[in-house]
Design a protein around this ligand. Structure first.
Ligand code: NAD
Length: 504
């Protein structure tokens, strides 16, 4: 057994996952750290997915009548469990997804944060009281639990994305069936084990409130097509969303799509370059460029381009690349060979379009032949070409320059995706314009901070090819509930709306 496999086994055992659950099955889990197999899980058939949804529906029928603040208590206990197991779960995230340990722990912290948010929310699922046009009448809206929520998640945030959905869905009175990425099945087992422990302690949760189904896209498709999945929340590539969205719509289901991004930072002539370099660096190379909010495009004013690019290159040269569990490492591996090949293909086509490539080569191949570590790349482009407009899920930062601010905004918005964006500068007019209706068209628009690393308090998501979904904070909870409008007549008359007269 490799050291990585032993570490994963140790973490899984600490988290309370039975050995049988991660030691046998058709789906092998590999660590991107060294490519070694760290576990194997049983996959679910389409019929088993249907059974899971039916069971979830039964759980929903019981859970929806439990008062929301009591539902919140379950999530409060879950947050406590996560706090106690942060180290083990964060380590497992690191081993299975390859992100550096501080980011693995950060991901678990994000789970704790959304649970805390959801606990507060459980006493704030407010509807409006609305003025009626009729005398002796009152109108209001009520938010009711929705049903079964299917969650399909991506490899790069193997646990946080589920928790964003799960914590809100549970306080909203829903049951959840989760299909994690086939690249990260072990962390899902761990989350389920932690939850089951908590549910037992809580004592009032129906069986099957939370379930995990494992497998590839066929298993996801079974969730997508099941008529009892009231909300399908899917996080992943735009390609996946294009397939999933219409299928859910065909059965009039509700979908929440969190898809690819192609996030830009605009650096203006008034920018604090120290701040910009630090902000761009973390956002462009953190998580080895495998965040949906990773900065992939740098749109820099011509007057500061040379200085900024030189400083970024200097910073890139100092990056430590290696084993993500080593405290000194800043850049861990790519998830797999396909990610590496995709990166090299993108660099090649950027070159053909006139790009000047700095970095981007594979490293540590002699030490880890089955793993894919790369030096993050900076590519100076003559224009925003087709390659730049495509999301390549790897650390490539394309640099383009601009002369007028309008040109910068056109470039920022001139890609199919619309997730995250940022501007660095101290000109109030430019910053406000960037945030205005005629500014960035993204779901996230920041000033003087990078594009990645959102807090859970705000709604997370983006428009256009990013899919339009919003998760996490603000009023994202509304996606997990159904709204009823109620009109109550407390008079002895029956006036009709719009003054309609209908007397016999
Ligand atoms: P992916 O699309 O390959 O897979 C995501 C999930 O969808 C997996 O669980 C997979 O099994 C499932 N899936 C794929 N095709 C499906 C289908 N036709 N029907 C049902 N399920 C299907 O994505 P990935 O490589 O795991 O993740 C990287 C992508 O995810 C990037 O594009 C990234 O930007 C995006 N992402 C977006 C967000 C966001 O919040 N917007 C967050 C994380 C990742």
């Amino acid at each position: 057994m490799t050291t990585t496999a032993a570490q994963a086994q140790d973490a899984l055992q600490k988290l309370g996952v039975a050995a049988a659950a991660f030691q046998q099955g058709a789906l092998a889990a590999h660590s991107p750290i060294d490519g070694s197999q760290i576990g194997a899980v049983r996959t679910h058939t389409v019929e088993e997915v249907a059974t899971a949804v039916d069971r979830a529906q039964q759980a929903f029928l019981a859970w929806r009548v439990v008062p929301a603040p009591v539902r919140g208590e379950l999530i409060r206990l879950f947050a406590e469990e996560l706090r106690q197991n942060k180290q083990a779960l964060g380590t497992l995230v690191s081993l299975e997804a390859g992100k550096i340990l501080t980011e693995g722990l950060g991901e678990v912290q994000e789970m704790i944060d959304i649970c805390d948010f959801a606990v507060g929310l459980s006493r704030q699922l407010y509807g409006l009281t609305i003025a009626s046009e009729r005398p002796g009448h009152r109108m209001m809206e009520t938010w009711h639990p929705l049903g079964v929520v299917g969650v399909i998640s991506a490899f790069n945030f193997p646990v946080a994305v589920w928790s964003w959905n799960f914590a809100l869905a549970v306080v909203c009175g829903d049951a959840v069936v989760w299909k994690p990425s086939e690249k990260t099945p072990l962390t899902a087992l761990a989350c389920q084990a932690l939850f089951e422990r908590v549910a037992q302690r809580f004592g009032k949760a129906p069986a099957h409130l939370s379930q995990v189904v494992q497998g590839t896209r066929e298993v996801g498709e079974a969730l997508v097509d099941h008529p009892k999945v009231a909300l399908l929340s899917a996080t992943g590539s735009t390609r996946m969303g294009r397939e999933v969205g219409p299928r859910v719509a065909r059965r009039f289901g509700r979908s929440l799509l969190e898809l690819g991004g192609n996030n830009a930072v605009i650096v203006t002539p008034t920018a604090d370059l120290d701040l910009a370099v630090r902000g761009i660096l973390f956002a462009a190379v953190g998580t080895a460029g495998q965040r949906c909010t990773t900065t992939r495009r740098l749109i820099v004013h011509a007057s500061v381009r040379e200085t900024l690019v030189a400083r970024l290159k200097q910073a890139y040269e100092k990056l430590t690349i290696g084993i993500p569990t080593d405290a000194k490492t800043l850049i861990g591996p790519l998830i797999d060979k396909a990610a590496h090949d995709g990166m090299q293909a993108a660099l090649q086509s950027a070159r053909q379009e006139g790009g000047q490539v700095f970095g981007g080569e594979r490293v540590l191949a002699d030490r880890y032949p089955q793993a894919y570590y790369v030096r993050p790349a900076i590519v100076e482009m003559p224009a925003q070409t087709a390659t730049v407009c495509h999301e390549t899920f790897a650390p490539i930062l394309y640099v383009m320059s601009y002369d007028s601010f309008d040109e910068a905004l056109d470039m920022q918005n001139g890609v199919p995706q619309g997730l995250s964006s940022a501007i660095f500068g101290n000109d109030l007019r430019e910053a406000e314009r960037f945030l205005s209706a005629s500014g960035s068209d993204c779901g996230i628009a920041n000033v003087n901070i990078g594009t990645s690393g959102a807090e859970i308090g705000g709604a997370f998501g983006g428009d256009k090819d990013t899919g339009g979904g919003r998760e996490s904070g603000s009023d994202a909870w509304k996606a997990y509930m159904r709204r009823a409008t109620n009109t109550i007549n407390y008079s002895r008359e029956l006036p009709l709306a719009q003054g309609v007269d209908f007397n016999v």
